[in-house]
Design a protein around this ligand. Structure first.
Ligand SMILES: Cc1ncc(COP(=O)(O)O)c(C=O)c1O
Length: 442
């Protein structure tokens, strides 16, 4: 807990915030998890009556698309709530998922390889579980960080090993050597990254994806490509079905892939917990002796669906699958521009970045190779002379809640700023609070 403050006359009552932090029982609130920050911000907000500017959690701040809601309502009226869904997913969703991948990524994946999961979180968890049981030597997952902290928590829950490196200083031509330094040890079963990246918002380009694919083939490792922010690199228009440019993907360059496609952000559908796990056809049909020993079946796709996903949740919410199917169909048919509906996050980022910079903050991950970073769902900031944890804790006194980069595997000090919950009407108060913070700690 921090004891050094430049000014105790803060926007939220100083004594109250201090008391709440002390009572939270979290050893270092500045290093708290997303949910710990959510909890303490809620408590301070309730006790002080002072509304926080929330930046900690990537909750979509937009209404879910009507087409999805109607799809679900219709399915519910048709009685799906009473029936267990098929483990491998309903046919309309599998069909539209396969089309979606063709339309927006220009990749051919048959329907059978497109499987609904309870959020892409579950798809990741299932992937970690199966990949951890296929080879006794390859027992470690490699993260290209910074990344989404919960995936490492999943590995901790599974009791599995992971290694990680911050990719920022190893991009472009440097990536191959860095990746090879890990893969050549022979213990890596899979490489994980998100693209666009949570939290830095850097976007791996086609050359880098080719490098990853080449090494995945050379060392026979699986690439888990986390597309939680599908098509949300707003610098390019990725919204036109069947027309380039497409969402960049490693699937263009290797057969060793698993794609995690989330509906939470691009489709503002986080509450329904429905996502897609897409397995390369080659991997889907692969046979593995260790799987047979461990799960009683040696086929990758079959084991994943009928052994692992079955035991997790017996399938994915029936009506939510219909909702997602309806949204994908509308997107594939060109009737619903899902990218357009979330572009507002990028616009917000422009305005909010300006406020931070004006108050003396720096952008941590500021460049995307030679280009200035794009504006999207997240960006990252630091304040001179402060660790990320100190920054996060001190900002609680200013009515601002965020998470430190420390939990994301970043090599840098700072915090993540998430656009989704910051309303237009809050920009004035945010500017005031940041300006006071900048003055107090300059
Ligand atoms: C990189 C990344 N992966 C996965 C997820 C989880 O997605 P879902 O809601 O589909 O489980 C998130 C959500 O924030 C994320 O940022």
């Amino acid at each position: 807990m921090i004891t050094e403050f430049k000014n105790q006359n803060t926007p939220v009552d100083f004594g109250l915030v201090k008391e709440k932090i002390k009572n939270s029982g979290v050893p270092s609130i500045g290093n708290g998890t997303i949910r710990e920050i959510v909890k303490i911000a809620n408590e301070i907000q309730q006790a002080s009556g002072e509304k926080f500017v929330r930046m900690e959690m990537g909750v979509p701040g937009l209404a879910p698309p009507e087409v999805g809601i109607h799809g679900e309502i219709e399915a519910l009226k048709n009685g799906v709530a009473a029936k267990y869904p098929m483990l491998e997913g309903i046919l309309p969703l599998k069909k539209e998922a396969s089309r979606f991948i063709k339309m927006f990524m220009d990749v051919d994946v048959p329907r059978e390889c497109c499987i609904p999961t309870v959020g892409s979180m579950q798809g990741g968890y299932a992937s970690f579980m199966i990949l951890g049981n296929m080879d006794t030597v390859k027992n470690t997952i490699l993260f290209m960080d910074p990344g989404f902290p919960v995936q490492k928590q999943q590995l901790n829950v599974l009791g599995r090993k992971y290694e990680a490196f911050d990719v920022y200083n190893h991009r472009g031509d440097k990536l191959e050597q860095k990746l090879e330094s890990y893969l050549s040890k022979g213990n890596i079963s899979a490489i994980v990254y998100s693209n666009p990246n949570n939290p830095s918002w850097i976007c791996l380009n086609e050359d880098e994806l080719q490098t990853i694919a080449k090494l995945a083939d050379k060392y026979d490792v699986i690439v888990i490509e986390d597309l939680a922010y599908f098509a949300m690199d707003f610098r390019k228009d990725l919204s036109m079905p069947g027309r380039p440019p497409f969402q960049p993907t490693v699937a263009k360059y290797t057969n060793n892939y698993i794609l995690l496609i989330s509906s939470s952000k691009a489709f503002s559908y986080a509450g329904q917990r429905v996502g897609l796990l897409v397995i390369s056809p080659d991997l889907y049909h692969r046979q593995n002796f260790h799987l047979k020993e461990r799960f009683g079946s040696d086929k990758f796709g079959y084991t994943l669906i009928y052994k692992i996903l079955y035991s997790f949740s017996s399938g994915t919410s029936h009506s939510a699958q219909y909702g997602l199917a309806a949204m994908l169909k509308a997107a594939n048919d060109g009737d619903f521009n899902f990218v357009e509906s979330v572009r507002v996050y990028g616009e917000r980022a422009v305005a909010i970045k300006t406020l931070f910079k004006k108050a003396g903050f720096d952008i941590v991950y500021s460049m995307d190779l030679e280009e200035v970073l794009g504006d999207g769902f997240y960006f990252t900031v630091s304040f001179p002379g402060m660790t990320g944890a100190e920054l996060v804790e001190r900002l609680l006194y200013y009515g601002i809640s965020a998470i430190a980069l420390s939990g994301t595997g970043s090599d840098h000090e700072g915090m993540r700023v998430c656009m989704s919950q910051i309303g237009e009407d809050e920009l004035g108060i945010l500017a005031e609070r940041l300006e006071q913070f900048g003055r107090d700690y300059q």
